[in-house]
Design a protein around this ligand. Structure first.
Ligand code: MIC
Ligand code: SF4
Length: 652
């Protein structure tokens, strides 16, 4: 029996365990990427592990999330990151150079390499056949230090593409079609592997759109084979020598196969407030207030050139605003030189810098009750910065059509010829905004730059014998990490955990933080009760780190998403699931809960444990590897990794 491409790459990188789907394995990581919003804490953790150097083939630190710089905080983080990169031999992509995933795809991602990134859209690099996984910053810090990355050997889903996309349908519609089939839940521990004759016509940036937004299904990653298209892209990026052909074996066996005929795909959208809420554009007839083009999903050269060609010579209707954020400096420079930027400006577009910006609610929040059409990948309620706004996620051509008409428009109705833009044979290459690593001999002199925004990472105490606490909050299904730890205007506190912790669950319950602190002060453990797919979305480990800081000891949920579950363990919070989902009803807020013998159960490897709530007994499950149990007993990955000299400060 042959191997899938996923299994081939994983087996080649196996560092711990034996390969068996569903079992935990440790893999060697070749490349890492971090971005400023998660990276600052990741490097602080790296420092506290006392490591002297990175052990990866390549590590890159990007600054792309917090580039707004109102106040000193963001700039402090940037200065810290630049000095850390110099100290430890890390590439540093300076603010303005672009969004980590877009730049990594252009300049660094390689077929067959493993990439671990402290951002959930790291799978973007799967477009160039890299096995690219999103994780919490602490896992990335460990991998930078040469430690294995632990994951469940995945079940592999074959997404078999046939046919060809028709004009006005795009890669974005392909991934939205996949989302309509897989939904945003129930895919933990799977990888999507793309095969079939339909992939041959998809360029690498198109493939990257698909693997990028695959993250919204909750899979570990998505990957395309490495073929002539991959070669073409790498050659166009001046990296043709890095090409190597890669594909699954002909007799590879998949756990599931999904057939998609590309010629049958229609222009689609994610309707508010979930990327899993897929609708057809032709069924929507809504006035639009705002259109935003960009993000790591859709800001390639072809994406933006197509938009510019559609808007050329026309003007933005009154009452609509249009923002364009090119994904990288390479894309923006090309548009500036070939005149397309002038066409966009003449149309009335507001050009934003090459960063995440609007996607994370960091700029251009829409007005109250508005409709905003965006080419990004997440439309969780409030993520845009405006809780009452309705965000529709679409392809760039639907976004441009909507900017032309002022309503959500199927571009096929425009009566316009489809502007077929080809990927250039050679992109303009200028890496002068990426600072390469210093030679080792020059690094010892480097001083780390620590402004007042740079705090120490808090460390948890060991797991207590018993959990004895209270349900501090109970939440419904599909609670995202944006609900747990909001971004937008709160982002700048990422390096200041005591301050950021004041905003835990802010979108759902503004009082949570003060309630949790008060209970913690009385020695009462805080517990979170949740529904299905708790912790969807972003990889932000602050959604575990800040609750840990507030004394949360356990999350009891119907199900928990992959990255978040790993982050909870990394910060010493036990991820429990209900044996009977209906028991969620028995644990309303303020219920006193005892979970006696938790320490013993973790030590002896028990999978089941009983919680006592009032007079009711509730069976809970823990699906944890031996290594995860040891991490929980120690109070988290940092104390597990570091010598016992680290003094516990909070969360005892
Ligand atoms: C996101 O898209 O939600 C983010 C912001 O890029 C996050 C990372 C973060 O929270 O810093 C992600 O996707 O992991
Ligand atoms: Fe940045 Fe948005 Fe991509 Fe996250 S999803 S990396 S915020 S562009």
């Amino acid at each position: 029996m042959g191997y899938t491409l996923t299994e081939k790459i994983l087996r080649e990188h196996l560092a711990d365990g034996s390969y068996e789907p569903g079992r935990e394995i440790g893999i060697k990581i070749d490349q890492t990427l971090t971005q400023d919003a998660t990276g600052t804490m990741a490097y602080l953790q790296f420092e506290s592990m006392g490591l002297s150097d990175i052990e990866t083939e390549l590590s890159v630190s990007y600054v792309d999330h917090n580039t707004i710089q109102v106040g000193f905080e963001n700039a402090d983080d940037h200065a810290y990151l630049e000095s850390i990169a110099k100290k430890y031999g890390i590439y540093f992509s300076r603010p303005g150079n672009g969004i980590c995933h877009q730049v990594h795809l252009e300049r660094f991602a390689r077929p067959g390499k493993t990439l671990l990134g402290s951002d959930s859209h790291t799978p973007t690099a799967g477009g160039v056949s890299s096995l690219a996984i999103g994780a919490g910053g602490l896992d990335v810090a460990v991998a930078m230090g040469g430690g294995a990355y632990y994951l469940t050997a995945p079940r592999v889903i074959n997404i078999h593409l046939t046919g060809r996309l028709k004009p006005w349908t795009t890669a974005k519609d392909v991934v939205l079609k996949v989302l309509s089939i897989l939904s945003t839940k129930g895919n933990v521990g799977c990888v999507c592997e793309y095969t079939g004759e339909g992939i041959a016509a998809l360029t690498v940036p198109e493939r990257a759109t698909i693997t990028n937004m695959g993250a919204e299904t909750g899979v570990t990653t998505s990957i395309f084979p490495s073929d002539e298209q991959t070669k073409r892209f790498l050659e166009a990026q001046g990296r043709g020598d890095q090409w190597t052909a890669l594909a699954a074996d002909k007799d590879a066996v998949y756990d599931r196969t999904i057939e998609i005929d590309l010629s049958e795909i229609e222009p689609l959208a994610c309707a508010p407030h979930s990327p899993g809420n897929i609708v057809q554009i032709k069924d929507l007839n809504l006035p639009v207030d705002q259109v935003m083009v960009g993000s790591c999903t859709n800001s390639s050269y072809v994406d933006l050139m197509t938009v510019a060609a559609m808007l050329k010579g026309k003007h933005l209707p009154a009452g609509v605003s249009l923002g364009i954020a090119p994904g990288s400096r390479q894309v923006l420079t090309t548009l500036a030189r070939n005149g397309a930027l002038g066409d966009l400006l003449a149309f009335g577009a507001r050009i934003l810098e090459s960063s995440c910006g609007f996607c994370i609610g960091n700029s251009m929040s829409p007005c109250t009750n508005s409709v905003s059409v965006r080419t990004s990948n997440r439309n969780f309620k409030g993520r845009s910065g405006t809780p009452s706004a309705n965000i529709y996620l679409t392809s760039p051509v639907v976004a441009a059509a909507s900017a032309l008409t002022g309503k959500l428009t199927d571009p096929r109705e425009l009566g316009m010829d489809f502007p077929r833009i080809e990927m250039p044979e050679h992109f303009e290459i200028d890496d002068s905004m990426i600072i390469p690593p210093l030679p080792a001999s020059q690094r010892t002199e480097i001083q780390i730059c620590r402004g007042p925004n740079i705090g120490e990472p808090p460390v948890n105490g060991p797991m207590p014998e018993d959990i004895s606490g209270q349900v501090t909050i109970r939440v419904e299904d599909l609670v995202t990490t944006d609900h747990i730890m909001p971004a937008g205007s709160r982002l700048k506190y990422r390096s200041n955990v005591p301050k950021y912790s004041e905003f835990v669950f802010e979108p759902l319950d503004k009082e949570f933080s003060s309630r949790a602190s008060a209970l913690q002060a009385q020695g009462i453990h805080n517990l979170i009760v949740a529904g299905q797919s708790y912790g969807q979305g972003s990889s932000r480990e602050h959604a575990a780190l800040c609750p840990m800081y507030l004394g949360v000891k356990g999350v009891i949920a119907k199900s928990i998403e992959r990255i978040h579950a790993a982050n909870l363990v990394n910060f010493g919070i036990v991820p429990f699931t209900f044996a009977q989902e209906s028991d969620w009803n028995s644990l309303p807020e303020k219920t006193e809960v005892r979970i006696p013998g938790i320490r013993k159960a973790l030590e002896t490897g028990e999978d089941n444990i009983t919680a006592y709530a009032r007079d009711k007994q509730i069976s809970l499950k823990m699906s944890l590897s031996k290594r995860q149990r040891a991490i929980l007993l120690a109070g988290g990955l940092l104390p597990f990794t570091v010598e016992a000299s680290t003094k516990p400060r909070k969360g005892k």
